[in-house]
Design a protein around this ligand. Structure first.
Ligand code: 1OR
Length: 301
């Protein structure tokens, strides 16, 4: 189980630790930079942290298909970023790794180039939650040791995941997702703040983001501010229609208090909210203009 204690980096902040530095060729550096470019886990590091991570990563070629990189149940040693190729995720519900391919359990997903895996055991001091096997030949991984992962990535990037996980657990839209799926959303969220009266979304604009209301309240209007169509409270979502339908914003959303929203960009929305697309599409807006009582988008079907 996950205790608050196990989330703390083990050594204090004021010791003499410095991350390992593995010399790299210019070619390796440019491939590595490309591999982590689109990965949210690396987007919140400052320059010093980025350089430390780039220095600490070690290239790990995976020459053939079906090579087991992580075995479910093992202790965690490295976190991996995929530069080239793809890797299958297998989960054996009993957690016992038997002989032969059945022992790996069923395939639950695939991690492509630009993705990463192996963070859970390092974050939570837990056994590996899944088995990871190369899905093709000639793959390239970059490995980050446990201590550097905890000292740098957990201090920055994964602090955000922890902060958002408890909020996302309370969001009704996301309740059918697995904790792992919610953690991927947490990694991709960006916080934005708005003062009372500020326009968060303007009707007619193109849509680039999806919003979860993290704090405060907001109103949706169609036409002008006298035509209030919905009220939002903590845990509600908005901004999904333009992204689902590739259409202009269908309403304006205005903060009615100090507001904090967590936003997902369009790509992350499509990639991470696929499992709840049905719920998003079933959210009906017809006929709500009249009745302010019925305004929780999640309670309608
Ligand atoms: P780890 O350190 O536990 C295995 O080592 C890694 O597989 C794990 O970190 C994750 O990075 C990665 N459930 C658990 N771990 C997963 C999953 C997963 N997918 C990838 N990993 N699920 C698959 C969701 C599509 C949930 C299965 C019930």
């Amino acid at each position: 189980s996950v205790s608050a204690e196990s989330l703390k980096p083990s050594a204090d902040t004021y010791d003499n630790w410095s991350p390992p530095f593995h010399e790299k060729t210019p070619d390796q550096i440019s491939r590595l930079k490309h591999a982590i470019e689109g990965n949210f886990l690396f987007s919140h590091l400052d320059d010093e942290q980025s350089n430390q991570i780039l220095g600490a990563l070690v290239e790990k070629p995976i020459p053939a298909k079906d090579i087991k990189v992580i075995s479910q149940g093992d202790a965690g040693d490295y976190f991996y970023v995929v530069e080239k190729g793809s890797f299958d995720v297998h989960v054996n519900p009993t957690g016992t790794i038997g002989p032969g391919p059945e022992g790996m359990g069923s395939k639950v997903g695939t991690i492509e180039a630009g993705g990463s895996f192996g963070e859970l055991a390092l974050m939570y001091n837990a056994p590996r939650a899944a088995t990871i096997v190369s899905a093709e030949g000639n793959c390239t991984l970059w490995a980050l040791d446990r201590v550097t992962f905890r000292r740098i990535l957990m201090e920055s990037t994964f602090a955000r995941r922890r902060m958002y996980e408890s909020f996302l657990e309370e969001v009704p839209l996301l309740s059918s997702l697995t904790p792992y799926e919610r953690s991927k959303i947490a990694d991709a969220l960006e916080t934005q703040k708005f003062a009372p009266g500020a326009v968060i979304i303007k009707e007619g604009d193109p849509g680039y983001s999806f919003y979860l209301l993290e704090d405060g309240t907001a109103d949706a209007y169609k036409g002008d501010t006298s035509n209030k169509v919905l009220q939002y409270k903590k845990g509600d979502f908005f901004g999904e229609l333009a992204l689902l339908n590739d259409a202009p914003r269908a309403a304006s959303v205005v903060a009615t208090t100090d507001v904090k929203v967590a936003t997902l960009g369009k790509n992350a929305f499509q990639r991470l909210l696929g499992p709840v697309e049905g719920i998003l599409r079933r959210t009906k807006y017809q006929g709500v203009k009249a009745g302010v009582e019925e305004m929780d988008p999640l309670s309608r079907d």
